[in-house]
Design a protein around this ligand. Sequence first.
Ligand SMILES: Cc1cc2nc3c(=O)[nH]c(=O)nc-3n(C[C@H](O)[C@H](O)[C@H](O)COP(=O)(O)OP(=O)(O)OC[C@H]3O[C@@H](n4cnc5c(N)ncnc54)[C@H](O)[C@@H]3O)c2cc1C
Ligand code: SF4
Length: 473
Amino acid sequence: MKPDFDFVVAGTGAGGAAAAARLAEGGARVAVLEPGPRATPQPDGTRAVALYYANAGLTAGFGNGLFPVAVGRTVGGTTTINSGTCLRPPIDAVARWERTIPGFDAAAFRADVEDVWRTLRVKTVPAERAGASTQLLFRGLERLGVSGAHYLDRAEDGCAGDGRCCFVCPSGAKATAASAFLEPALKTGNVELKAGWRLVEAIPARRGGLAGARVAGPNGERRTLGARGVILACGSLATPYFLRRIGASAGDGLTIHPAAKVFARFDETVEGWRGVPQAGGFLDPEAPRLRFEGAFVPPEMAPLTIPLEGRRLRAWIEAYANVASFGFLVRDAGRGSVLHPVGADMPFIRYTLADEDLRLMTRGMRTVARAYLAAGARKVLLPLNRPDNEIETPRALDAFDWESVRAAELQLMGFHPLGTAGLGRVVGSDLAAAPGVYVCDGSVVPESLGVNPQVTIYAFALGLARRLLGGRA
Ligand SMILES: Cc1cc2nc3c(=O)[nH]c(=O)nc-3n(C[C@H](O)[C@H](O)[C@H](O)COP(=O)(O)OP(=O)(O)OC[C@H]3O[C@@H](n4cnc5c(N)ncnc54)[C@H](O)[C@@H]3O)c2cc1C
Ligand code: SF4
């Protein structure tokens, strides 16, 4: 039987778009499925969340706390609503994969990382484009004698600092899976983007025959596409659903990089929504699993992220022009899992924040709070859902009962779900889950990375495409 396509790729995020693009450039005919809409800039961030975040941003994990986990559902996947920050995968992790995962070619992987870096046109944020929120944090760190604060590398070309990266970049300057990979690939004529279509089931190849993809269209129409290979790139929260249906034991090993941010109120005007929200970062030399990165949401999103209610919330919202914020994430020791009792689109997530991660979270909030107070903040607001979360002096910060903080009190979020079909556990170094069925998205990342993961995921996808083309690309 003649295949409908050489490959069917499910998902247009970091993994799916990059794999599809390189396969198409190598001459393969590729169908790309994407159930989410094409994103257009929205003047109101809440609207962008409703339209382009999966489940309108309400996906969450349950365990020893409530842990929201954000992913995109739009052309370009989560990259369309991400901050654009680029970090290479940690050297220690890549060395470990080379040692422990048979067939993992670290040299080829590193070359793919550099390929991604070039394709995304990665550049360091210029100081003048970093918002005042970041500048104030850097000022506080300097006063405390903490060194190592630096501007981050980001995927962009012509970023004007409009401050809305996570709600669809208004200028199109941010390089996404759509702009950097999918759109150029569409120009080859080898890619058919099936917008509004989703994967329903992946069918492994039998006895050297074709693999298949059962797909559903926007009006409920159903088809089965035959192909040499079906590539699952639906993201760490959805891909395990399809893997389990073909007998693979996916869904465990979920890491999320628990993340939170501290708000600080200044007398001076901050207008933190101007400039690149995630412009700067630093590491804590005594806690290398903790990574600090800028985070600031536009005013209309503030009520959803400030851990207060009633009069106290109103006071922070009314003073939002004088508010700064900065975030941090943890390379998690804790693990979770994902199940799908009602289908691929409704992940049921379990996640347990490990005690050591809880301690790192409190260390992170203390560090940011101390820096903002040193920079002159009148008050800081800790990401804790408890009444004593506003602190006015370094002395009060030191006197705070950190040991009493429980996981359930944290206002945290996971922006980087990874590992639910880990390389070396569920898939081998060829990223094959079954004959003719491959995986390339965040689910294959074998461990908590501790760095923002898009570059790593893109690199896995480029490697898969090269292998499927038989080394031709
Ligand atoms: C707010 C936010 C900010 C972030 N900032 C950064 C950052 O600055 N730097 C960084 O490195 N990372 C960042 N990330 C994370 C990063 O963007 C993601 O880890 C990465 O995009 C994940 O790639 P993926 O291919 O695994 O999945 P995704 O990019 O999530 O793509 C999965 C795609 O599959 C589609 N899909 C789902 N179900 C189906 C189906 N049944 N059939 C077909 N398609 C389907 C989805 O609609 C989606 O388009 C951020 C994440 C968030 C939420
Ligand atoms: S800061 Fe503005 S221009 Fe730059 S990527 Fe973000 S939204 Fe786009």
